[in-house]
Structures are given as C-alpha cells and as structure tokens.
Design a protein around this ligand. Structure first.
Ligand code: SAM
Length: 137
C-alpha cells in the first residue's frame, strides 16, 4: 500500500511523550505491513524502537532457529522492548544478552535475560560479553 507513514521515535506505536512526537516526520513510502508471528509479538512490545520493515527480514532469517534454545546478543537495550521480543519469539530456554552503555538498562535483567553494561566500541568489553554469553547455560 503506498501512502504516508510517520517514522521516528515511537514507530512501534508504543507510548510517546510530546517530546518524542517532535521527532516524528512524514515520508512517502510504499508501505506494506509485516506479517507473521514476529510481527504479532512486535506489536505487543510497546517500548521497542525498530523500523517496521525489519520484521520481515528478521522472520526470514531467524525462523529456522526458533525450535531450539539459542543464545542471542543484542547491542542496544534502550527500554528493553526488543529483549521482550526475543524472549517471546525464541524457544523458552534461550538466553538473551543485552549490551548497553547506559547503567539504567541493568533493570531489564530477568531469568534468561542478562544485561552487560559497557561500550560496544571497547573491544575487550565486547569480547568478554560474547565469551560470557557463550559460557551461559
Ligand atoms: C535505538 S536504541 C536500541 C533499541 C532497542 N534495541 C529496541 O529495539 O528497542 C540504542 C541504544 O544503544 C545504546 N548505545 C549507544 N551507544 C552505545 C555504545 N557505544 N555501546 C553500547 N550501547 C550504546 C543507547 O544507550 C541506546 O539504549
């Protein structure tokens, strides 16, 4: 469907403050709403910040890994929305590691969600996060 789409912060339709709205702008796009399980889950992740077209690609690439536990490392936690997406999309025994430079993101740790605080440009930190993820059971 061709049309105009609001893009920017809050594009997942999550709660937006007036401040967030100032980031919104309209662009002309050939917009096709994603489909599939991942999109259904994504619509419930109201604090996630991702472009809609990611989900078609995610589903295509990640669907073959859904039946077995996986370990996934995501750089950039923000408000924890995408950790919820991975938690619900992948097998229940999967381990999700979220890396963020902001200390406040530590609050999103859960049973199978590990948060590592550090700078992704710090090679030593990133290697350590990767290794500790690999060693998690
Ligand atoms: C766009 S948000 C992540 C969105 C999240 N993945 C989601 O889908 O909801 C980007 C995040 O990257 C973090 N960040 C920025 N620079 C970083 C760095 N050098 N190392 C680690 N995290 C960083 C920010 O603190 C912010 O939380």
């Amino acid at each position: 469907m061709a049309g105009r789409l609001n893009v920017g912060h809050g594009q997942m339709g999550g709660p937006m403050s007036l401040k967030d709205r100032t980031f919104l702008r309209q662009v002309d796009v050939d917009y096709k709403e994603p489909t599939g399980d991942i999109w259904e889950i994504a619509k419930t992740c109201t604090t996630m910040f991702k472009w809609h077209h990611y989900f078609t690609a995610y589903d295509e690439k990640l669907a073959p890994y859904r039946d077995k536990p996986v370990k996934i490392l995501e750089i950039g936690v923000h408000y924890g929305g995408s950790l919820k997406l991975w938690h619900e999309y992948f097998h229940k025994d999967s381990t999700i590691v979220g890396v963020d430079i902001e200390e406040r993101c530590a609050r999103y740790a859960r049973d199978n969600i590990v948060i590592e605080i550090g700078d992704q440009s710090d090679e030593k930190f990133l290697k350590l996060s990767w290794t500790s993820m690999a060693n998690l059971t």
